[in-house]
Design a protein around this ligand. Structure first.
Ligand SMILES: Cc1cc2nc3c(=O)[nH]c(=O)nc-3n(C[C@H](O)[C@H](O)[C@H](O)COP(=O)(O)OP(=O)(O)OC[C@H]3O[C@@H](n4cnc5c(N)ncnc54)[C@H](O)[C@@H]3O)c2cc1C
Length: 304
């Protein structure tokens, strides 16, 4: 099916889309090639219809939340980017000892943290300052040394390509450091999380502390995708890259941050290629010096 026909169909369904969207409009790195079209479904029904339609027509697609852990290669993507950014909604139920939160996957994670401050959700500070959406956070098991989103998960509502949506309980899932056993083609629609209650003041203080730590240790003034590599067991990728003398290394418009060596920043006009080549340099140097193979944390899509 030609793109024009696909778009006509989307229009007919009332689903919003934009043509030829560059990577800088979809990702926090502010770089990368164009996607043929980005689609912005606003409710679960639209997402489920869209996925079934794309599968049936054999149209290439990928999905994203906030694009804060994503690189789109310079050659772009010839199909559709399904953005969940408009799939929003956050609700909660108070119990004497705990709070159950129900959230649609495109909801910004910061809104969950804000709710956590208001209601005193114990442990929510471990998610403070992580950009992106709740769905993206679950897909990545995002977190900090203090904890990760998987610690609070009760259930997800998820759709696999070509199938009907289904609920998966936390006991069906496994979470480890920046990893889940959910296949990458599973799209998270909604999540239910449960937090124990504590004093809102305590949570507010802990969140404030986390944000201060981040501002000190991370290059937040520049576009990036956060840490580009996962930390190897018992070590830190940033420490190893630093010991290889690569802190501050520039390549095209990209640079290994002088503040945090596991961050690559876009100093202006960086191409995806600049970032990927810097990542290769860092991996090679760390492997040569320490015989440790760094695994990318950032997800990469597209061609060229
Ligand atoms: C300044 C900065 C600081 C950061 N700090 C941290 C940190 O402290 N800890 C941390 O863990 N991460 C951190 N990150 C990385 C990033 O913010 C997290 O990984 C975040 O959870 C990604 O969410 P997202 O919505 O932006 O996902 P995206 O980047 O849009 O997508 C990432 C992956 O998740 C998949 N995905 C997105 N939405 C869904 C969905 N609904 N269902 C299924 N899969 C989905 C995508 O297909 C993609 O493979 C940081 C990033 C930046 C820029």
């Amino acid at each position: 099916m030609r793109l024009k026909k696909i778009l006509k169909k989307l229009r007919g369904e009332g689903i919003t889309f934009e043509l030829d969207l560059p990577g800088r409009r979809l990702t926090s790195f502010r770089l990368g090639g164009e996607v043929a079209a980005a689609v912005f479904p606003r409710n679960i029904k639209e997402v489920v219809w869209l996925l079934a339609f794309l599968e049936q027509e054999g149209i290439p697609y990928f999905f994203l939340g906030g694009g804060t852990n994503l690189i789109i290669k310079d050659g772009g993507f010839p199909g559709l980017a399904v953005s969940l950014r408009d799939l929003r909604g956050l609700d909660f139920q108070l119990e004497p000892e705990s709070v159950t939160v129900s959230v649609l996957s495109g909801e910004p994670l910061r809104n969950l943290v804000s709710l956590g401050i208001k209601l005193g959700l114990r442990g929510v500070e471990s998610l403070a300052g992580i950009p992106g959406t709740v769905g993206g956070a679950i897909a990545m098991n995002a977190g900090t040394p203090e904890g990760a989103i998987g610690d609070f998960l009760e259930e997800i509502f998820v759709v696999f390509p070509g199938a009907s949506p289904l609920k998966l309980k936390a006991r069906d899932l496994s979470f480890s450091y920046r990893k889940t056993n959910l296949p990458q083609e599973a799209l998270i629609l909604q999540a239910t999380l449960r937090f124990l209650r504590t004093s809102p003041l305590q949570v507010a203080q802990a969140v404030g502390e986390m944000c201060r730590k981040r501002a000190k240790s991370q290059p937040l003034r520049y576009p990036s995708a956060g840490c580009v590599f996962k930390n190897p067991p018992e070590d830190s990728a940033g420490r190893l890259i630093d010991l290889c003398g690569l802190k501050g290394k520039r390549h095209g418009g990209a640079q290994i941050s002088t503040r945090h060596a596991n961050f690559i920043i876009n100093r202006g006009g960086a191409r995806a290629r600049d970032v990927l080549e810097l990542m290769d340099m860092a991996r090679e140097a760390v492997f040569k010096k320490f015989a440790i193979c760094l695994e990318p944390e950032v997800r990469i899509v597209g061609q060229g």
